[in-house]
Design a binder for this molecule. Structure first.
Ligand code: SF4
Length: 431
């Protein structure tokens, strides 16, 4: 069979959603990827899929059909008093939409992976707003970049080459020479090695360092102690000066800020530092979203319910209270009695007590691959890999929606089809 080359393919791995990939397809396999990083190459060419639906019987796995697996899943959800629908970041907005309607019909809790990544960022944005911009503006305008609590070289391998350190732009003709990059982190990383300035913060000291920078920018530097969370005042003054002299600055922050001591208050402080800098120059701030379409899940949940994650429909209306209705808290309290996991792997990322509860209750996973959650599940329904053999809409980390392409034509249903059938059965049963 002749290989086919497909261009302008959107990568289905991280929140960068790089849309300039070209892949070569031979039969039912991708055999080569151009422009992708190593994560993208593995995503497209790796072939460790579950070939058919499976269910656990007497402690052993057995094959089943799609119709049977879908019917059993609907029955599990219908007979649960407090079902949890979790995940959603690795799939398209069309599937996420069905998920929210299914949760409403069931009176379930629906949560996405923000709950363990940028949930605190969203809470801070709800309090003080979001002075953000698109990645295109960063590429073309920004002459100062700050990565705070993030290591893009490992987690978003093309972020620096497409948008910051190595990306020449309309107003920044020679990025590597003209663009200053500051990395703030608790340890040296691959990203700090290529930065112009590395600020090493003592673990848990981000809030104090942000406050000190705000004081310096506000002209109150004389009240800043000689050292703040391990950072000398001279370095803080230098960083503040670099930011103040920027024509256009951009802060990107990761889980080192959102999931360390202070959590959403850290992010709020960072946004307020950016607001302070905007009294002098133009500065923006944006979260580095990791899971592919997690931004889309926040959008879809908010369009339909008014809330971005952790939504509880058990009262008949949408109720949102992070810390109470978040998936980790519900599982840790042993509260839910069935769980549907879609396009995510909580078995690999959740605390042990949560994983143990998933193993106790009937857990169904909709995912193309065998992963840690498989071992906690009663049923797994494999689907097409979104962005490879299933298409749909996903949101880039800066809020730009992109249409993903289907590059393979495998005879396997996608998330939308499987969820649509589960929804239809539940709707029929509920009248
Ligand atoms: S940076 Fe992210 S979106 Fe871009 S090619 Fe790598 S994994 Fe894919």
């Amino acid at each position: 069979m002749c290989p086919t080359r497909v261009e302008d393919v959107v990568c289905p791995f991280c929140g960068c959603l790089c849309d300039d990939l070209a892949v070569t397809v031979e039969g039912e396999r991708v055999v080569a990827v151009e422009n992708g990083c190593t994560l993208a190459n593995e995503k497209f060419t790796g072939d460790h899929r579950l070939p058919h639906p499976i269910r656990r019987r007497g402690g052993k796995w057995e094959e089943t059909t799609y119709d049977e697996a879908i019917r059993e899943t609907a029955e599990i959800l219908l007979s649960a008093k407090r079902p949890l629908l979790y995940g959603w970041s690795g799939t398209v907005v069309e599937a996420q939409t069905i998920g929210v309607h299914l949760a409403e019909l069931l009176g379930a809790v629906i949560d996405n992976t923000s709950t363990v990544c940028h949930g605190p960022s969203i809470m801070a944005i709800q309090e003080v707003g979001h002075p953000g911009c698109t990645l295109g503006q960063v590429k073309n305008r920004a002459d100062v970049i700050v990565y705070w609590g993030a290591n893009p070289i490992q987690a978003h391998p093309r972020h620096m080459s497409r948008y910051t350190t190595y990306a020449d732009g309309f107003f920044v003709k020679s990025a590597f020479r003209e663009r200053k990059v500051i990395v703030v982190d608790v340890r040296e990383t691959d990203s700090s090695e290529v930065a112009d300035e590395f600020v090493r913060v003592a673990p848990g000291g981000d809030y104090a360092v942000l406050t000190a920078l705000r004081m310096i920018v506000r002209g109150k530097g004389e009240f800043v102690p000689d050292t703040v969370a391990g950072v000398p005042r001279e370095q803080l003054e230098r960083v503040a000066q670099t930011c103040l002299s920027a024509k256009f600055g951009a802060v990107f922050f990761g889980l080192g800020l959102t999931m360390s001591r202070g959590k959403y208050k850290n992010v709020r402080n960072a946004i307020e530092l950016v607001e302070e800098l905007n009294r002098h120059t133009k500065f923006t701030i944006s979260p580095l979203r990791g899971h592919w379409n997690v931004y889309g899940s926040n959008e879809v949940f908010t369009w339909i319910t008014g809330y971005p994650f952790a939504i509880d429909f058990s009262r008949g209306i949408a109720f949102y209270n992070p810390g109470e209705t978040t998936a980790v808290d519900i599982l840790r309290r042993g509260e839910c009695d069935a769980c549907l996991v879609v396009a995510s792997d909580p078995g690999a990322h959740f605390p042990r007590a949560c994983a143990a509860h998933l193993a106790r209750i009937p857990t169904v996973q909709i995912d193309p691959h065998v992963n840690a959650t498989t071992h906690l599940s009663r049923i797994q329904i494999p689907v097409g890999v979104t962005g490879i053999d299933a298409e749909g809409t996903a949101y880039r980390m800066d809020g730009v929606p992109l249409r993903t392409r289907k590059v393979l034509s495998r005879n396997v249903p996608d998330d939308v089809e499987v969820l649509g059938k589960i929804y239809a059965l539940v709707r029929e049963a509920r009248g």
